[in-house]
Design a protein around this ligand. Structure first.
Ligand code: PEP
Ligand code: MN
Length: 337
């Protein structure tokens, strides 16, 4: 439920309402807007009857949140969440592009990718050190060695790092090296991991499960928010469908829908969404036009030699073209790159 305070409510009145809610076992999420203060309260609804909240001074309205996700909902927080990492903003006016190879393969490969990413104007380097592969015989990633290479590359090129964590055991070490921790499609409903992500001080990039509805995806975000981490970025990366011409079906309709029902930033990954490099540029343009706050794309210095996902990786030249084209769309929809 949301308690909307009158714009004239004093600090004491706000505190009074919070205390009353806490006495009754509610968890509080305070949102101080320019116009008014909103107190989000999550707890046992049946206690409401005996609390008489509406009689407390400063209270203007009490509104129930009907959706199963509460903290992730627009009702709870009207303005869009902007996640800040240093001088970087995700969810603000500037479109953020996260780009790099599927997997960290070597220092040489990562430096070459970083060079391309930086030169084209993106600020976040992606690269997996722990890889969730369908086959146990495929390259599994360099593990901690990969994380160290990412950290070294961050220092050399001044980029931010996003990399995937696959389990609770490696979360502390991934969080130590990463600026943004990625949860892959296969782990979207790993609830133990989601709970633990609430306790780290790094933003989380939460990919949509390949068979997840939008509501299940938002409920996964709710786990992270409810366990204490407000910095969740949602990433649409394609869902399973009957279509076989693409690896997945990129659900771009999820972008305006999620932006409508949630305040969290949403980005799009057309690389995994389609699985073919040829379609990454047009779908990047479409994602930005649909209102995405950013993109996650795979770029490899030499896709034909990639140990993972080469077929969907852009060459350096194509990445530059993508950045230029996306920049023009971004401007057309009132954003900067
Ligand atoms: C990735 O980003 O490299 C990845 C494995 O993505 P997904 O979880 O979307 O398959
Ligand atoms: Mn990949």
């Amino acid at each position: 439920m949301i308690v909307v305070m009158s714009h004239k409510a004093t600090e004491d009145e706000i505190r009074g309402v919070i205390e009353k809610l806490e006495e009754n076992g509610f968890k509080i999420h305070l949102s101080k807007g320019v116009e008014r203060t909103i107190i989000g309260a999550i707890g046992d609804k049946t206690r409401l009857g005996c609390m008489n909240l509406e009689t407390l001074p400063g209270v203007e309205d009490i509104v129930p949140i009907l959706k199963p996700y509460k903290l992730a909902s627009r009702e709870m927080k009207e303005e869009g969440t902007v996640i800040r990492i240093g001088d970087l903003e995700i969810g603000g006016d500037t479109l953020q592009v996260m780009a790099g190879p599927c997997a960290v393969e070597s220092r040489e490969q990562l430096f070459a990718a970083a060079e391309v990413v930086k030169k084209a104007g993106a600020r976040i380097l992606r690269g997996g050190a722990f890889k969730p592969r369908t086959s146990p015989y495929s390259f599994q990633g360099l593990g901690e060695e990969g994380l160290k290479l990412l950290a070294e590359t961050r220092e050399k090129y001044g980029l931010f790092i996003v990399t995937e964590v696959m389990d609770n055991a490696t979360l502390p070490i991934v969080a130590e090296y990463a600026d943004i921790v990625q949860i892959g499609t296969r782990n979207m409903q790993n609830f133990q991991l989601l709970k633990e992500l609430g306790r780290i001080d790094r933003p989380v990039l939460l990919k949509r499960g390949m068979s997840a509805t939008i509501e299940e995806w938002l409920m996964a975000a709710e786990y992270i928010l409810a366990s204490g981490n407000p910095n969740v970025i949602l990433c649409e990366r394609g869902i399973r469908s009957f279509e076989t011409y693409t690896r997945n079906t990129l659900d771009l309709s999820a972008v305006p829908i999620v932006k409508n029902v949630s305040h969290l930033p949403v980005i799009v990954d057309p690389s995994h969404g389609l699985g073919k490099w040829k379609y990454v540029i047009p779908m990047s343009r479409a994602a930005v036009a649909a209102g995405a706050d950013g993109l996650l794309v795979e770029v490899h210095p030499n896709p034909s030699e990639a140990l993972c996902d080469g077929a969907q990786s852009l060459t350096p030249g194509n990445f530059e073209i993508m950045m230029n084209e996306v920049g023009r769309i971004a401007e057309a929809v009132g954003r900067r790159v």
